[in-house]
Write a protein that binds this ligand. Sequence first.
Ligand SMILES: Cc1cc2nc3c(=O)[nH]c(=O)nc-3n(C[C@H](O)[C@H](O)[C@H](O)COP(=O)(O)OP(=O)(O)OC[C@H]3O[C@@H](n4cnc5c(N)ncnc54)[C@H](O)[C@@H]3O)c2cc1C
Length: 432
Amino acid sequence: MIEIEKSFTDGKTAFKGKSYKDLLRSYLVLRLCCFDTFANNAYKIFTGVHGVVGTRLFEVLFKPTVYANFIAGDSKADILWTAKRLSKSGLMPLISPMLEDSPDAKGFHREMYARNKEVIRESIEICSMVENANGPKCLAIKLTALIPAQIMADLTEKLGPEQNISTENISQLSEAFQAGDLEIVTSLQLNQEEKERIVGAIPILMWLGEECLNKNVSVYIDAEFTQFQPGVRLLALTLINIFNRKHQTIWNTYQCYLRATEDQVKEDTELMDALGAKWAGKIVRGAYMQYERNRAKELGTSDPVHATYTDTSSAYNRTIEYLMEGKNRGKSWRFIIASHNQESILKACSLFKEFNVQDDVYFGQIAGMGEGISCGLAQSGFNVFKLVPTGSVEEVLPWLSRRMEENKGMMAGAERDRVIIFQEIKRRTIRI
Ligand SMILES: Cc1cc2nc3c(=O)[nH]c(=O)nc-3n(C[C@H](O)[C@H](O)[C@H](O)COP(=O)(O)OP(=O)(O)OC[C@H]3O[C@@H](n4cnc5c(N)ncnc54)[C@H](O)[C@@H]3O)c2cc1C
């Protein structure tokens, strides 16, 4: 374990694919995140500056700096170039088109879903062209980018506070999806309007599964805000049941900062085992903590998020242990440990050994974050993905603003990144 930990600080290897200019930029962006006022108000600042200087000048300022640090680009050539650069460091891309990111269920329209479908179609195409020797070709999407969020809100309400999902729910929905008709679904007590909304979404969800299956691409369904997440989970499990018969085409995401998640991972793996489908999951801590807490306060409901950071981390680590132990029992599950947290990652590394896990378990970090950890893991023989967001400047702004805040929140991780980057800049400067 000491060797692995040491490899996390090996800047020379970690930044093999990065130019001197790239390193200086990363260092400056991470330094910028140290300013609380900036990190806390990044979205307001970005959109404010955009409003004042206009799109053109904003892009001139923003694209070579913050954007270039975290985003792969918005063209096929840029994305494939990023994938190639990652492969030099032994890393694989997890392509993530930035399409929609709002807790407002009502603000979207038909044209937007059609446009997003085109972006996803292109992303699947690009993904299929990537050479990933040690893992699936994959992309991550939000269901709310593809179908009305109201569907997920309706399903969330039907599932109720217990969020119990049964084999009956999944079997009925799977059959209905394949028939294109919801009459068979009696277990959810949907009214006519709700049924019509879901029926309208079936073709695009089935298209997503079929397109990915045909192109041999895996799609990770992102986890979202809690007013939609139980519905997202129900739809993701339905798609897993339909499409993951031979391979893991569809993956669900689990936010361990939610108190309910640890049990849900157990329930879902058991459910999919019972239905004969191959479960796959992305395990994260969760990105919307402050929003969830504020919302619970406003609604007078109990906080869905664990009370402390330590509680979230313990739930995260226990979830990984449960899954690793399952691999040891011969389960065909696949999962990605999507975290920048050094302690959780080192613990997972030791579990690989303890449970003799050979394959189908991956690590994942976001591009521009945890670079030393990603390269150290790859160097130590683990299979590692870097989440590479794609999209135009305007499309990526909300996501980037969250990353700026997160880099402030992840003080230890961001500080470690800054130190490694600085040492590598120093090493190259002396060499010059
Ligand atoms: C490949 C990849 C894919 C991702 N996909 C998604 C996704 O689909 N949906 C999503 O929501 N997020 C997603 N994330 C983001 C993720 O949920 C985290 O926000 C991010 O990774 C930071 O957590 P960490 O484990 O890396 O780092 P750490 O710094 O160890 O953890 C920070 C996290 O801990 C939790 N936390 C912090 N303080 C407290 C507190 N006081 N009480 C309780 N919990 C606390 C929060 O979740 C916070 O984000 C993804 C991340 C990666 C790397």
